[in-house]
Design a protein around this ligand. Structure first.
Ligand code: MN
Length: 232
């Protein structure tokens, strides 16, 4: 057994619906601008860009329930509701036609974003890390295994704040499908069991204020409800 000079941090993990055993997390990747209307609302041409990726720390994944802490260093926290893919079988240079064999399951999650900090980073040509990858920046529902939900390719994906619908789209509107996203990413990095991929958000992203109640979900995948904490 390996000895460490300090006590190692616990393995980050995500709950699995209806099971005691949890899904251990390794890496968290996110796709940028994967729905046309959202790409347009962010000022980009959706038709000419290949998918691009950014990361969040695995321990940024927290339950999309109860209270989620409002982060420091922002006055414009944004919600992005997303289909989340969990990788159960690793691989590199995965072909699109084999990509779904690597999926363990799916769920719905929220890519929380310090939009003001991200805008400054974009303007200065700096990395997005801290605008996307802060503590508790990925409230996410328990996972559902493929044996239970299959491979979702359509269905409404939506998010509301204080009961008012802000985001409303369909999984079928993704520019890059789940198999294409897995294939692209696996050409950039070797995927391993425990990796999550947040597959992008439909149009309607906007601000969440401290104390707001955030609800949403994906048809046949599940619904979530959490409250944002007070401003730190
Ligand atoms: Mn996103």
């Amino acid at each position: 057994m390996t000895e460490y000079v300090i006590t190692p941090a616990a393995t980050p993990s995500l709950a699995v619906e209806g099971q005691e055993a949890r899904f251990p997390l390794r890496r968290v990747y996110c796709v940028g601008r994967n729905y046309s209307e959202h790409a347009r609302e962010m000022g980009h041409d959706p038709d000419r860009e290949p998918p691009f990726f950014f990361s969040k720390p695995a321990d940024a994944v927290v339950p999309a329930s109860g209270e989620v802490p409002y982060p420091t260093l922002t006055s414009d926290l944004h919600h992005e509701v997303e289909l989340v893919v969990a990788i159960g079988v690793g691989g590199k240079n995965i072909a699109v036609e084999n990509a779904l064999e690597h999926v363990w399951g799916y769920t719905v999650g929220v890519d929380l974003t310090r939009r003001d900090m991200q805008a400054q980073a974009k303007k200065a040509g700096r990395p997005w890390d801290l605008s996307k990858g802060f503590d508790a920046s990925a409230p996410t529902n328990p996972l559902l295994p493929v044996s239970q939900v299959g491979h979702p390719v359509k269905g409404i994906i939506s998010l509301s704040v204080n009961g008012e619908e802000r985001q409303h789209g369909h999984l079928s509107e993704q520019i890059w499908s789940v198999p294409e996203v897995i294939s692209y990413l696996s050409h950039a990095v070797e995927l391993q069991p425990g990796d999550l991929i947040y597959t992008g958000t439909p149009a309607g992203v906007g601000e969440i204020k401290p104390g707001d109640v955030v609800t949403g979900g994906i048809k046949n995948i599940g619904n979530f409800s959490f409250k944002m904490g007070e401003k730190p």
